[in-house]
Ligand binder design. Structure first.
Ligand code: GLU
Length: 442
């Protein structure tokens, strides 16, 4: 996105009836996740035509719930945690999005993550709005029993706004199939009937879907391979650097390695490792699943965390947390392509630097949409109580991801905008068109 268009977006905003001064978040790099999201929306307003009339809808979450989550700890004392569930938009269907457990979770972050879910779900055209939840907690400090009690109490507290046709949680950072099983059970107990469709990302034996665990990483790989074709990058010769080696980065790394790429660097909360000849990905996956991080893995050299941004590579996959690629390190990145496995890893200022340096950014709202796409398949399977084969699921996932990517690529060419702005244009138009058709109540 050029600065000129950015300025046009800012001017359009400044002239809109509800904004009289240029908001400060349009200048700073330190915006916070919600500020970043608002800036991303502002950038697409000039492309929305008559639907721009409804754009303010996108700047306000429909509903935000903050809950107290008290639990008894194993030592007999009581601890209180703060939990959130935000439904950003439900114009296109029920709220949908994950729940994260992390010590840095804030309401502003959950608001942004819920909004990115609205955009993502519209971008791949699954019939959902956007929602997200979280608890501010470091789950590593809890025993299994404490984790279960916290998950159940949180589910009960947000039970008034979730449900299979209202808002459907799923896994996100530090949450998994077991936590979804507890959420499903708690909601079902309160309802008096088993409601498998209240969450996705459940264990397969409880109405979960085959292929869901790998879906986000598979989607990252699928759109990465499509984009590589467009820019003439041969994946079988590509060098890949991955930040975050969990469900997303690990699976994406594995699929790239299977396609012949070399995974030269991996960074996670335990440190950064490098091997020019390529890291043995299956060995690293086994190691990380046993030890919790890459720390201590002997099959690669340990390097400083900061040097990760200088690694000679063709593809960089940030697959950890928000705000990782900033104006401070975007100028150092050597990759030709960044695939955002994480939500919100690149600040708008960094986005502009990468764009000016001709580094293609595949934005989160399309690149990591594979997870929620298979969540949608899981929800459909739960409703019909008829389950599909893994091959069927993967084939449908790849088809949806390729179609969505092709549409985004086309818009980016037509309007000469970044893939992020192109994705936002498609998604915001879908959301606001639905909003317009439904009309205002009353
Ligand atoms: N937490 C994932 C995401 O950010 C998946 C959400 C879902 O499946 O509902 O896309």
């Amino acid at each position: 996105m050029s600065n000129a268009t950015h300025e046009a977006a800012a001017a359009a905003l400044a002239n809109s009836p509800t904004h009289h001064a240029l908001p400060s978040y349009l200048q700073a790099d330190n915006l916070g996740p919600w500020g970043i999201y608002l800036q991303q929306v502002d950038r697409v307003i000039p492309y929305l035509g008559h639907l721009a009339r409804w754009a303010e809808t996108l700047k306000r979450p429909k509903r935000a719930l903050v809950v107290d989550v008290p639990i008894q700890l194993d030592n007999g004392t009581v601890a209180h945690f703060e939990g959130y569930r935000v439904q950003h938009n439900t114009s296109r269907g029920p709220g949908k999005g994950g729940v994260r457990f992390h010590q840095d979770v804030t309401l502003s972050e959950v608001m942004a993550l819920s909004a990115w879910m609205s955009i993502k779900n519209a971008a791949v055209n699954v019939p959902y709005g956007g929602a997200k939840g979280g608890i501010r907690v470091d789950p590593k400090t809890l025993s299994m029993g404490e984790l279960e009690r916290m998950t159940r109490r949180y589910t009960s507290e947000i039970g008034i706004i979730i449900g299979p046709t209202k808002d459907i949680p799923a896994p996100d950072v530090n949450t998994n199939e077991q936590i979804m099983a507890w959420m499903m059970d708690t909601y079902s107990m309160n309802e008096g009937a088993t409601a498998t469709g209240v969450v996705t990302g459940k264990p397969v034996d409880l109405g979960g879907s085959l292929g869901r665990r790998e879906a986000t990483g598979r989607g990252v790989f699928t759109v990465g391979a499509e984009a590589a074709n467009h820019i003439g990058l041969d994946i079988s010769k590509a060098r890949v650097a991955v930040q975050g080696f969990g469900n997303v980065g690990g699976i994406a790394g594995k699929l790239f390695a299977e396609a012949g790429a070399r995974i030269v660097a991996v960074q996670d909360h335990g440190g950064t490792i490098y091997r020019e000849a390529g890291i043995d990905v299956p060995a690293l996956m086994t190691y990380v699943s046993r030890n919790g991080s890459v720390k201590g893995f002997v099959g690669a050299e340990v390097v400083s965390d900061d040097s990760f941004w200088d690694v000679e590579c063709d593809i960089l996959i940030p697959a950890a947390l928000e705000g990782q690629i900033t104006a401070a390190n975007a100028g150092r990145i050597k990759a030709r392509m960044v695939i955002e496995g994480a939500n919100g890893p690149t600040t708008p200022a960094a986005d502009d630097i990468l764009h000016d340096r001709n580094i293609l950014v595949l934005p989160d709202v399309i690149a990591n949409a594979g997870g929620v796409t298979v969540s949608y398949f899981e929800w459909v399977q739960d409703f019909s109580s008829f389950f599909w084969s893994e091959d069927e699921i993967n084939a449908r996932l790849v088809r949806i991801m390729k179609e969505a990517f092709a549409g985004v690529w086309q818009i980016s060419q037509d309007y000469k905008v970044s893939l992020r702005t192109a994705t936002f244009i498609i998604a915001c138009k879908r959301i606001l068109h639905a909003r317009e058709l439904r009309g205002l109540y009353p």
